[in-house]
Design a protein around this ligand. Structure first.
Ligand code: NAP
Length: 865
């Protein structure tokens, strides 16, 4: 091309990377009629499959799934030879795709992009390559893969070894013959597990240096699974659709079998089926709760360890190969072909670096704390600077001179894993914050490329030429990504998912674990809501629909979906008795809550007859008296009883270390206002008077309640103050009914959809109190005199119609001089915080409540849960 040296090439888009994602991106951009240049430092297409040429390298998603779906003709023309294709075959496939669509002319190989700088004036990126070229483009797209930047081995003396050195991630094209050699392999992740059995076939001695044993299951490679091929033959579109809307990007019926409750026979049957199937998708889905519940995870983990022990003959080696320091699935599990068997060969030895760490690489081998080893070759299978390494390495500078490396110094921040604020027109394919490495990459890549192409098309149609996420949308997404991870066991492991394999890398969960289907829905919803959270501008004008696409806690959303699927009648359409029966029926199947030391039932003399109570005493020491908490259940003064809030009471008891006395009060409509409040006060008086008999410490008494129970609890505090006693040390009000005004914003925002609706709240009020009584402070405590009330902990949930009255009550108490601890249950509904062992994200909120209760009583000690 002849052009003056000073005029840079101009393209609509520059793409970095010619692997799975870059090739398809190029194809789609061309379809849009855009001019595109793709750069890749490799000598050919293939991305990860170009570089990782080590013997044994194969995909570990079955080939019917690990394939492009955008071109039906291509699908017909290409036949995979195996269930898990080898690296050469996958590379051939990508070459075939590139040739079939004539993609190569737009790709510049053996050319690295060294820097990219946003020009705010021109609204363009300036790209510089390792060849010294300067290119201008409107859109800059990183298709650099998640596992493409090798981690430099953080081992003393790496450069010293005089023999041959190989990296699985940069394997020589001409191959390596290890025949007759003494070979060391460092690393037992997916790459190590694949390469070790094949090196063992050639080497005269193979020594494997293992720092962390990994879970691996046999791949059972062979022909592609017949059932998948049949389904594809019969309904290719249906099959691909199912993959796109699955959790992992592979059609797979989700299970609802829980490891903790399944019988031993069911557990064994499900595990053996997954072991035989030899697919990651199967082994990570044996039980619905295996990545959530440690006990369930242990069942799968122990069954895998049993298998390892049954394969490896030397018990000491077998034990060293059994992973015990992380939950199954929290580090990427491996698929293998004869991996554990390899350790039965006489010339193969495992060195457990937990027992004898490497001191240094030496000139002729490796020195550990106990031994010196001599080698002819060392193979590093030590992994990658995953997900962010390749992105920050390319020196990307956005608006105001901010580099991506600087912006991400404390961990990556993205909107949907696609873009990041401050870097207009900069897209990442399968970036951090997207499902990527936790899914079938082929499906996730196509989804990302299609989304970006759709976005660029939309911009062109609207006369827009810049796009960038807002800070609000981005921080909301980051929060959602972390919320999704937090309810799983994933953050507990020192994995590359957490950045923990690279010294100094911030410890942040990098991919999105909410599922391919949930993620796709979020991306679609963003578009459906006018590109929510994106700022777009151009000759067609400027627009920004700002907001957060997912702010509900993921497990809360999941439970709401499950409840909606039951199709239950709205409570407010039922009689009080039918509503009570429905509530009892739904409560019957939930987890029981934590064990406590002792549970006893009794009765309290109330103003109009006996009131039943249930007393919970914490387990463990100290043996003597404890502080007392009188608790009142929720249920709109109409529903609920001692059973309805039993798991919550157990939880509060265990967390606070106090004796909890849960009191049933008279219900409406049989007995209306102010009976419930008067019963509550009477109960507090009685518990205080009988503190010693109840195992309590006299004078150390708090009240607590949820919803209408919080209403009567705080009314009891007001009555106690007015009556001059008893002394109450503190009150815990969980999503309280504090007022009868149903016009606050939280009613407008949340009155329709989250179990407690405006209609239901109206139904409760109608049952409980005449309109004329609803302004009485004993019904609407916010309207009372708040001075002199005890220290208060108030929890208000984001998606609760009562949220704003909880907030208003907290403010009013503070204004009246009452010490207030206000906890916002972020992403929760009126009911979700109380769903013990169902909604995991509620546990930190209840931990805060436990802390507040302990603060009321300096002597309290939790039993620990
Ligand atoms: P990896 O999973 O990060 O494994 C690296 C291994 O090297 C680990 O055993 C690690 O031990 C060890 N290691 C790292 N630094 C070390 C040091 N200084 N001293 C001693 N040991 C050290 O990397 P990988 O095996 O290349 O796999 C990375 C990911 O790529 C996989 O999880 C998978 O997602 C993908 N992959 C896929 C395939 C496939 O499709 N079949 C094949 C290969 C890779 P620690 O665990 O103690 O850190």
């Amino acid at each position: 091309m002849n052009k003056p040296a000073s005029v840079p090439d101009q393209f609509d888009a520059v793409v970095v990377g010619a692997g799975f994602s870059g090739l398809y991106m190029l194809y789609r951009l061309r379809q849009l009629g855009l001019s595109v240049r793709v750069f890749d430092s490799a000598g050919d297409v293939g991305g990860t499959w170009y570089w990782n040429r080590y013997p044994g390298a194969r995909c570990d998603i079955a080939t019917p799934d690990y394939t492009y779906s955008f071109d039906p003709e291509l699908e017909k023309e290409w036949t995979w030879s195996e269930k898990y294709a080898t690296q050469p075959e996958i590379l051939d496939y990508l070459r075939f795709v590139a040739d079939r669509h004539g993609l190569r002319p737009d790709i510049e190989f053996s050319t690295a992009v060294t820097s990219a700088r946003w020009d705010e004036q021109e609204k363009r990126w300036t790209i510089t390559t390792g060849r010294g070229e300067e290119i201008r483009c409107r859109y800059y797209i990183m298709a650099t893969g998640c596992l493409s930047m090798p981690k430099s081995p953080d081992i003393e003396g790496v450069g010293r070894f005089a023999g041959q050195v190989y990296f699985t991630s940069r394997w020589p094209h001409e191959g390596v013959d290890f025949t007759g050699q003494r070979v060391a392999v460092i690393g037992t992740g997916s790459s190590g597990v694949q390469v070790i059995p094949l090196i063992a076939r050639q080497a005269s001695q193979l020594t494997v240096f293992q720092r962390t044993p990994n879970f691996s299951i046999p791949a059972h490679n062979g022909p592609a699974p017949a059932d998948r091929l049949k389904q594809l033959d019969e309904d290719r579109d249906g099959y691909r659709h199912a993959a796109r809307w699955s959790r992992l990007g592979v059609p797979n019926e989700p299970t609802d079998v829980l490891g903790v409750t399944a019988s031993e026979a069911v557990r064994r049957e499900r595990f053996e089926a997954a072991w035989e199937q030899g697919e990651l998708v199967g082994i990570v889905s044996v039980f619905a709760d295996q990545l959530l519940n440690p006990a369930s995870n242990d069942i799968v983990a122990e069954m895998i360890r049993e298998k390892i022990r049954s394969i490896v003959k030397d018990p000491e080696t077998a034990e060293a190969l059994c992973p015990k320091d992380h939950y199954f699935g929290t580090k990427r599990p491996c698929l293998d072909t004869g991996y554990f068997d390899t350790y039965n060969l006489p010339h193969v030895r495992l060195v457990d670096l937990r027992k004898q760490p490497i001191v240094s690489i030496t000139e002729d081998g490796i020195e550990t704390a106990d031994e010196s080893f001599g080698f002819d070759a060392i193979v590093y299978a030590t992994g990658f600077d995953a997900m962010t390494g390749a992105l920050v390495a390319a020196d990307v500078t956005g608006r105001d001179g901010l580099s991506l490396k600087e912006k991400w110094a404390a961990g990556p921040s993205t909107y949907l894993g696609l873009m990041t604020a401050g870097f207009p027109n900069f897209f990442m394919l399968t970036g951090p914050g997207s499902p990527s490495v936790l899914s079938n990459m082929a499906v996730s890549i196509e989804q990302h490329v299609d989304w970006v192409a759709g976005c660029l098309e939309h911009m062109r149609e609207e006369g827009l030429d810049t796009i960038e996420p807002t800070e609000l949308a981005e921080s909301g997404w980051n929060q959602h990504v972390q919320d999704c991870a937090a309810i799983t066991l994933m953050p507990t492991a020192n994995s590359w998912y957490m950045g923990a394999n690279v010294p100094g890398k911030p410890r942040v969960f990098l991919p999105y674990i909410g599922g391919v289907d949930a993620y796709r829905q979020a991306c679609d919803d963003v578009v459906g809501q006018g590109y929510l959270g994106f700022r777009m501008a151009g000759p067609g004008g400027a627009r920004c629909q700002d907001g957060v696409i997912r702010s509900m806690q993921p497990d809360v959303a999941m439970v709401l979906d499950l409840i909606a699927a039951l199709g239950l009648p709205p409570m407010e359409t039922l009689s009080a008795d039918d509503a009570r029966a429905l509530m009892a029926a739904t409560a019957a199947t939930r987890p029981p809550g934590p064990e406590v030391g002792e549970v006893t039932d009794g009765v309290i003399p109330g103003p109009a007859g006996d009131l039943p109570y249930r007393l919970y005493r914490p387990a463990g020491p100290p043996e003597g008296p404890r502080p007392l908490v009188v608790y009142f259940h929720g249920g709109g003064w109409v529903l609920g009883n001692l059973d309805s809030d039993d798991p919550l009471c157990r939880d509060l008891c265990a967390r606070s270390g106090a004796v909890v006395v849960s009191v049933n009060y008279r219900h409406a409509p049989e007995v209306r206002f102010p009976a419930a409040a008067l019963d509550a006060f009477a109960a507090v008086q009685w518990v205080d008077a009988n503190a010693i008999e109840l195992g309590g410490i006299p004078g150390q008494l708090a009240v607590a309640g949820w919803s209408a129970g919080a209403n009567v609890a705080t009314v009891a505090c007001q009555l106690a103050r007015d009556a001059g006693g008893p002394h109450i040390s503190g009150q815990v009000l969980i999503c309280p009914v504090a007022d009868s005004d149903m016009t606050r914003l939280s009613y407008q925002e949340n009155g329709d959809g989250y179990i407690l609706t405006t209609a239901l709240m109206r139904w409760f009020w109608d049952h409980y109190a005449d309109p004329a009584d609803r302004g009485d402070p004993r019904a609407a405590p916010l309207r009372g005199d708040l001075r002199g009330l005890p220290p208060t902990c108030i929890v208000a949930a984001d998606f609760d119609p009562l949220r704003d009255e909880g907030v208003a009550y907290a403010r009013a108490l503070e204004a009246a001089g009452v010490p207030v601890r206000f906890d916002r249950a972020r992403g929760h509904t009126h009911t979700s915080v109380t769903m013990v062992d169902v909604i995991i994200s509620g546990a930190p909120v209840r931990a805060g409540i436990g802390e507040a209760l302990r603060d009321f009583f300096p002597s309290a000690e939790p039993q620990g849960i």
